[in-house]
Every structure is written in C-alpha cells, then in structure tokens.
Design a binder for this molecule. Structure first.
Ligand code: AMP
Ligand code: ZN
Length: 118
C-alpha cells in the first residue's frame, strides 16, 4: 500500500494526526471535516495516496466505486435523511486544498453551491 509520509490525510489514515472518525476499513477512512460548511460534513479518503482524479485510472475503478457507493449509507448514519451532496475538488481551478483525494459528503442545511465559504 502506498502512502506519502508528509501528507496530512495519509497521516490521519495512519492515526498519526487525530480525527473524528466516521468509518474505517482496509481501503478507506472517513472523518468529520475540521471546518464544516454544514451540520453534517465529513470526508471519505482512500488509504492509498492518490492526489486527485487526475491521478486515477481504470485500476482505481473498484476503489472509487466503493467510496461513492458507501456515501448514502454513511450520510444516513450521520443524520442526513432528506438528502446530501457529494463534492470532489480537483486541482487549483477545482479549489483543491489538500492533495490527497477526498470525497466531501455534506448534508443538512447544504450550502447553495460549492463549499459555501470561498
Ligand atoms: P479541499 O481540498 O478544498 O476539497 O478541502 C479540504 C478539506 O479538508 C477542507 O474542507 C478542510 O476543512 C479539511 N481539512 C483540512 N485539514 C483537516 C483535518 N486535519 N481534519 C479534518 N479535515 C481537514
Ligand atoms: Zn496522502
């Protein structure tokens, strides 16, 4: 498994930086966003270091499918009964701040568009 020593989200998945964990298995780690834009706002990340969707190909199909496929169940468990949004920011124009692929799951009083703070 490939992780990057100085990557903040790799450090979170390795337990070197504390986080409020939502879910974990052998492939993925989910945790609450430290600066939530809505009452429910958590991130799902792969445990392997992948920068963003420029960095993925067909070999990541199962992993990406797994992450998207678990958003509904986790959103429901976190209290989103009436809907939620999924956002993946990629690169500079995509307003990506942390260069380890992450899926934002945002629910309950969802901002009108984007992340609502920039
Ligand atoms: P972006 O890369 O723009 O998709 O956003 C990165 C997200 O990671 C932001 O919403 C941050 O609030 C969040 N974030 C950054 N550091 C941490 C951390 N240590 N724990 C939880 N969330 C974080
Ligand atoms: Zn990483």
């Amino acid at each position: 498994m490939t992780t990057k020593p100085d990557c903040i989200f790799c450090k979170i998945t390795r337990g070197e930086i504390p986080s409020r964990k939502v879910y974990e298995d052998e492939d993925v780690f989910a945790f609450h966003d430290i600066q939530p834009v809505a009452p429910v706002h958590f991130l799902i990340v792969p445990k392997i270091h992948v920068e963003n969707l420029y960095d993925t190909d067909m070999r990541h199909q199962a992993l990406l499918g797994k992450i998207l496929g678990m958003t509904g169940q986790l959103a429901r468990e976190q209290g989103c009964q009436d809907g939620f949004r999924v956002i993946i920011n990629n690169g500079k124009v995509g307003r990506q701040e942390v260069y380890h692929l992450h899926v934002h799951v945002i629910g309950d009083q969802v901002p009108l568009w984007g992340m609502g703070r920039r």
